[in-house]
Design a protein around this ligand. Structure first.
Ligand SMILES: Nc1ncnc2c1ncn2[C@@H]1O[C@H](COP(=O)(O)OP(=O)(O)OP(=O)(O)O)[C@@H](O)[C@H]1O
Length: 329
């Protein structure tokens, strides 16, 4: 059951998500008048098997509406959409076997039943045979460290435990595509880290495609190799995080620890001196990655001082997104 190919479905190499001009409008009341809102505007995008894509944008940018169209919950106003090679609305039941969806704010577990029972019901819904059910449940229980609360009713779980159970529930049938809507919302640092590590491992082991919406840029940094940024329904960026930073000219910062107190390293080519600590023992230098490289900056520093240690600060992603939005207003 693990291969993504089914009769009439996509080949192993076909895109997992493919949209052309995908558009969804809503009619909303505005006082006494009615007004059309374009929640998703002419979205054309292709996601290949095994990619991990962060779908980001401000509140109301159209992320949830897109996910609903991808999973067959909402009908597009115009344009086309194929998920796992299927038409999400018409082929919704077949699609359900190939997609797992996790909504951070909504549960798909049975509130009064022990976690284990929810898994049993879901395995039956997906027609997993006994051996497949046992193997997959064991794998998920171990990887998500759920052994301690399998017998606990869902309503008694902590948020971190419940989210792990939600993810396991959505992945029990080994879907080719996992869609996660704000998967780490409200979780503490450790729970977030565990969940992210699990998703990375799941993708590595099973080649699962991930699409996640999030406001937590840590999710994007740690999980995604591609970012789609939407603004008022329209796709405004498609690429990796480094590319997103470059679109707004975000700078990187080289932090050097030096062997002795050193005067401020000003005047280096293509470098801005940001500050010094400890009488110049640690200095922060900013540079534009389009103009120079960390290696060149380091070489220039080394001509003036002995470098003991160094680190590079990546641009703050939230700041980058704010700047993309500001540039479009
Ligand atoms: N059922 C609906 N009826 C009317 N308008 C809607 C409906 N669903 C969404 N919208 C509108 O469509 C736009 C996009 O909403 P959507 O929920 O897709 O955004 P989002 O990016 O998921 O936001 P958030 O980050 O807050 O979850 C918003 O203007 C929203 O008010």
């Amino acid at each position: 059951m693990s291969g993504p190919t089914t009769p009439g479905g996509p080949g192993e190499t076909g895109p997992v998500i493919e949209t052309h001009g995908l558009t969804r409008e809503f009619t909303v009341r505005d006082g006494l008048r009615r007004r059309r809102v374009r929640a998703v505007d002419d979205l054309t995008v292709t996601v290949g098997a095994g990619e991990a894509v962060g779908y980001i944008g401000a509140n109301g940018a159209g992320k949830s509406t897109t996910i609903k169209m991808l999973t067959g919950i909402l009908v597009p106003t115009s344009g086309t959409v194929r998920t796992c090679g299927l038409r999400p609305v018409e082929d919704r039941r077949r699609l359900a076997r190939r997609v797992g969806v996790v909504f951070g704010q909504r549960s798909q577990l049975w509130w009064d039943l022990p976690v284990r029972e929810s898994f049993r019901i879901l395995a039956a819904i997906h027609s997993l045979d006994a051996a497949a059910e046992r193997a997959r449940t064991e794998e998920l229980v171990e990887r998500l460290e759920m052994g301690d609360f399998l017998g606990t009713p869902v309503r008694q779980l902590s948020l971190g435990q419940r989210m792990r159970a939600e993810v396991a529930a959505a992945l029990l049938h080994s879907p080719a595509l996992v869609v996660l809507d704000e998967p780490t919302i409200g979780l503490d640092v450790l729970s977030k880290q565990r969940l992210r590590e699990f998703l990375v491992a799941e993708r590595r082991t099973h080649g699962t495609t991930l699409l996640l919406t999030t406001h937590d840029m840590g999710d994007v940094e740690r999980l995604c190799d591609r970012v789609l940024l939407v603004d008022r329904g329209a796709l405004v960026f498609d690429g990796d995080l480094a590319g997103l930073s470059r679109t707004v000219g975000a700078e990187r910062v080289l932090v050097v620890d030096l062997a002795g107190a050193t005067p401020d390293l000003t005047g280096l080519p293509d470098v801005r001196h940001l500050g010094s600590e400890g009488g110049g023992l640690r200095q922060r230098l900013s540079f534009d990655p389009d103009t120079t490289t960390a290696a060149r900056v380091l070489a220039a520093v080394s001509e003036r001082a002995e470098v003991l240690d160094l680190s590079i600060e990546e641009p703050d992603v939230e700041d980058v997104v704010r700047r993309v939005y500001a540039a479009r207003r």
